[in-house]
Design a protein around this ligand. Structure first.
Ligand code: SMG
Ligand code: MG
Length: 369
């Protein structure tokens, strides 16, 4: 298919509830929405980098810059056989995985629509429903956190992830466990600790957590391997796994027993599938992480999470948990059994709400071949 037109939109959406992690507090989300037109088909993708370089070095501004100055030029006018051609085309640009992902996802959507097939099936997914979890940010008080968890449990979410940081860790996990003894529970530190904290992290073993996510350095594999040898709770890596090679190294070193896969972090759906397959070969379960995506990125996440080794509930929650009105129609909703339905229509299977998109756009740029 020939890539005829690319449109970038810098979009700003207020969050219904602030989201606080060990590295900061977000009250709104900013993303680049990418539209690609190829052979009469339209596809959408999302670069969910956010405002500041906190989770990764990428921001909505770096995505805009790298896409409009470099990646668009490498892609526009190209005749591609499949979206799997994109990593090769983008190879001259180092890193900037979220910038690459917005474009790559849009091409996958257009490609699946051209074939008149759901994206989930094109990616190799077979499930009609995926298990949904919820990630809850740091709250002002433990009681406030317990209330929020209770609300999400009542809605039916299948597992809860809480955020931890020094001073908001063992006693918080203990309180949550006391109130919710059977809840599938995990904790994400977003790199807030070092190996010197091994003793403290060992204390988490008492609370039957499904996993502890990214306790140590954002680019570390070695210390995580040393820590995993000292704690029983499985370590899940997020920030440290930016390429399939990192995943292979982490598996060989024993740095983790689970991997959180985010297409944006690893450079696209193709790389995400490669990590999925590698983990499957080595017997590691994976789950789909989230970056506070709009419905566009969420639709890609849902399609990805329908692959067979996504064996644990992901950070893929209902649209209403993030945004008052999403960018897609229908918005993503939680089924009463705590799952989300994988759309059955062609491509991402949801319609982009053009009015809503226009309303939230701060700037846009069109490139034509
Ligand atoms: O999309 O529900 C979501 C957020 C899930 O916790 C989440 N993401 O480290 O896993 C993570 C964080 C990264 C984003 S922080 C803005
Ligand atoms: Mg994480």
């Amino acid at each position: 298919m020939k890539i005829e037109r690319i449109e970038l939109r810098h979009v700003r959406l207020p969050l219904v509830h602030p989201f606080e992690t060990s590295f900061g507090r977000e009250v709104e989300q900013q993303v680049v929405v990418v539209r690609v037109d190829a052979d009469g088909c339209t596809g959408y993708g999302e670069s969910a980098a956010g405002i500041g370089p906190w989770y990764s070095y990428e921001t909505v501004e770096t995505c805009w810059h790298v896409q409009s100055e470099y990646l668009v030029r490498l892609l526009l006018g190209q005749e591609i056989a499949a979206p799997t051609d994109l990593p090769g085309l983008f190879a001259p640009v180092r890193g900037h995985n979220m910038a690459k992902t917005g474009l790559e996802e849009a091409v996958w959507d257009a490609f699946a629509r051209a074939a008149d097939r759901p994206l989930a099936r094109v990616l190799g997914g077979s499930s009609d429903r995926i298990a949904s979890g919820v990630s809850i940010g740091i709250q002002e008080t433990i009681d406030g956190l317990l209330d929020r968890i209770g609300g999400f449990v009542d809605e039916g979410y299948r597992r809860v992830k809480i955020k931890i940081k020094p001073g908001w860790d063992v006693r918080v996990v203990e309180a949550v466990r006391e109130r919710f003894p059977e809840l599938p529970l995990m904790a994400d530190a977003n790199s807030a600790y070092s190996l010197d904290d091994a003793e403290l992290l060992q204390r988490l073993d008492a609370f039957d957590l499904m996993m502890v996510e990214q306790p140590l350095g954002h680019d570390d594999l070695l210390d995580h391997a040393k820590l995993q040898a000292q704690i029983e709770t499985p370590i899940c890596l997020d920030e440290s796994i930016v390429t399939p090679d990192h995943a292979a190294a982490a598996i060989e070193l024993g740095s983790c027993r689970i991997i959180n896969i985010k297409a944006g972090r690893v450079g696209g759906l193709g790389a995400a599938i490669a990590i999925h397959d590698l983990c499957q070969e080595h017997g590691l379960p994976v789950w789909c992480g989230g970056l506070l995506e709009t419905g566009i990125g969420r639709a890609h996440n849902v399609a990805l999470a329908s692959l067979p080794n996504f064996r644990l509930p992901g950070d893929i929650s209902a649209s209403a948990r993030y945004y008052e009105r999403d960018l897609v129609d229908p918005p993503f909703e939680l089924n009463p059994d705590g799952t989300m339905t994988v759309p059955g229509g062609p491509g991402i299977g949801v319609t982009v709400d053009e009015d809503r998109l226009a309303e939230l756009t701060i700037r846009s740029k069109v490139f034509e071949a």
